[in-house]
Design a binder for this molecule. Sequence first.
Ligand code: PGA
Length: 223
Amino acid sequence: MIAGNWKMYRGPDPRALREALGDLPHVVAPPFTRLSDCVAAGLTTYAQNVHWESEGAFTGEVSSPMLQELGVTGAIVGHSERRQYFGETDLGVARRAHAALQAGLGVIACVGETGEQRESGDTETVLRVQVESIGDLCGTHENLVIAYEPVWAIGTGKTATPEMAQEAHAFIKSLLDVPVLYGGSAKPENAHELLSQPAVDGALVGGASLDIESFVAICRIHS
Ligand code: PGA
C-alpha cells in the first residue's frame, strides 16, 4: 500500500490525481473537507483520524459511521502530529484503531520514535509500548496496517536509511504480524531503495503526496 497523507493542506485536484493514477493501487488521506471530492473522483479515501465512539458529545471529532456515510473506507490513527500537538495517548490511539476496525474501516496506525529517543537507545522500547498497546486491543486484524514513522524523519528531508527502516519494521512485525508501511520524507528518489527492503510493505507519504507526479511515481515504483 502507498498512502498519501495530505495533512492540513488542500492537496491536488482529486479528478486529475485519479486520472494520473490509472489502475495503480493507492490510498489518499485528505483533510475532512475534501473527503467527499476524493470519494466522488473514485479515489480510495481514508480520513486522517477517527473517534472511538459512533456518536456523542465529542466536539471536533468524527466517527466511523459518519465517514462510511461519505464512502470513506479507512482512517489513519495515531499520527505523531496527533500525539505531539493534540495530546493523543497510546490508549486513545488503540481505541480509535479498534473502533474503526470493528466498524469495517481499514486502519493505518502510526508509531515511531523521536530523534532524542533514538539517540538515547530507546527506539525499541518506544516501539514496543506503542505497537503492543495497538496489538492488545486489535490483534492482527486483516484490515490493520502499521506505519513506522520515525518522528525525526517527518517533513525534515531526513530519511531513515533502508537498513534502519528494515530493522525497525522487522522488530514491529515480531511484535504484531501485520503489514508495515514506512513514513518520513519518502519521495520518488528514495522510494525504490526503501520499498525493496523485505519488511517494508509500502509507504505513508506526506509532502510528496501533494504533488501528483511524485505520488504517482511512488505508486508506480511499488506496483
Ligand atoms: P513526510 O510526512 O513524507 O512529509 O515526511 C510523512 C507523514 O507524516 O505521514
